[in-house]
Design a protein around this ligand. Structure first.
Ligand code: PDD
Length: 286
């Protein structure tokens, strides 16, 4: 559990940390966020996360709360103060507090919150060893999934549906039958001919930081990649499948809607990519 939380310039005990009831993040989901991996006491891919945060903020015309150097300082502080070696940092920026009105308020200071919490690396390793099951659901989300907003109700509902079906992640499927992405991850398959497939970036998916770094790794490893949408039957007939996210890095998928992927075990390429991921990621000791 997080013990110390950063809220608008103050490091507060968890129980005392809060934002205003008329914060626009609370009333309108007028807010963006980032989740960064912390591994062995270092932040992973900070530059890419901060670049994506900048883009989300700019697209929504939310003021940047502080410089990148200051944000890096807050991230490092929150990891240190919570003594997190392996886990996550969560950073959220809202448009700030204002009397409830759909229109943007004139001048408001953005709200900035950051917290860090540990994740047991052995539990994650055990999950990666067995692989996860995926349940597919129709994608009901809005047309700007490329922005990392906190409008996460469709993802929460999809994950509940997945859990009810005994699965650990949901894959959203668009109206043409193509997988868009996971509820909180990007979706990938390895075709029987060895090509790695993932959906190209568009407004239906989030440009995952892990996705970008994995594309670098695939290139460095000489693995052929095709960025194109794939269907659920294609995924079920794949040689391997996996998801990527800051919280799971490269996580094998061993079944889709109860249908085993290949032998129903994590694939060799997926395992190799998981092992090598941090060789290529940007590592910032805190
Ligand atoms: N989720 N797609 C969606 C919808 C996501 O929510 C996420 C990340 C990703 C992967 O992005 P990245 O590789 O940058 O983590 C793709 C985070 C981990 C979360 O909400 O907890």
């Amino acid at each position: 559990m997080a013990r110390i939380v950063y809220v608008n310039g103050r490091y507060l005990p968890y129980a005392e940390a809060g934002v205003h009831v008329e914060d626009r993040g609370f009333q309108f989901a007028d807010s963006v966020y980032e989740v960064c991996e912390v591994k062995s006491g270092a932040l992973i891919d900070t530059t890419r996360h901060l670049a994506r945060l900048d883009r989300s903020l700019a697209e929504l015309k939310i003021a940047k709360p502080m410089s990148d150097a200051a944000l890096r300082h807050v991230l490092a502080q929150i990891v240190r103060r919570n003594r997190v070696r392996d886990g996550l940092v969560y950073l959220q920026v809202t448009r700030g507090k204002a009397a409830r009105d759909f229109l943007f308020p004139g001048e408001t200071d953005p709200t900035l919150v950051a917290l860090a919490r540990p994740i047991d690396p052995y539990k994650v390793a055990a999950k990666a060893k067995s692989g996860i099951a995926v349940k597919t659901v129709p994608d009901p989300r809005w047309g700007r999934c490329d922005l990392k907003t906190v409008m996460l109700l469709p993802a929460a509902l999809a994950k509940e549906t997945a859990r009810e079906a005994g699965a650990q992640e949901a894959w959203f499927v668009d109206e043409k039958g193509f997988v868009t992405e996971g509820a909180s991850s990007n979706a990938w398959i390895v075709r029987p001919d060895g090509f790695v497939l993932t959906r190209p970036l568009d407004n239906r998916i989030l440009g995952g930081v892990t996705r970008a770094t994995l594309l670098d790794l695939l290139k460095a490893q000489g693995v052929p990649v095709e960025q194109r949408p794939f269907t659920v039957p294609e995924a079920q007939a794949a040689r391997e499948a996996f998801v990527t996210s800051a919280s799971a890095t490269v996580m094998p998928v061993v079944s889709i809607d109860g249908h085993k992927v290949a032998e129903g075990r994590p694939g060799d390429l997926t395992k190799r990519l998981r092992e090598k991921f941090h060789d290529l990621a940007e590592i910032t000791p805190v």
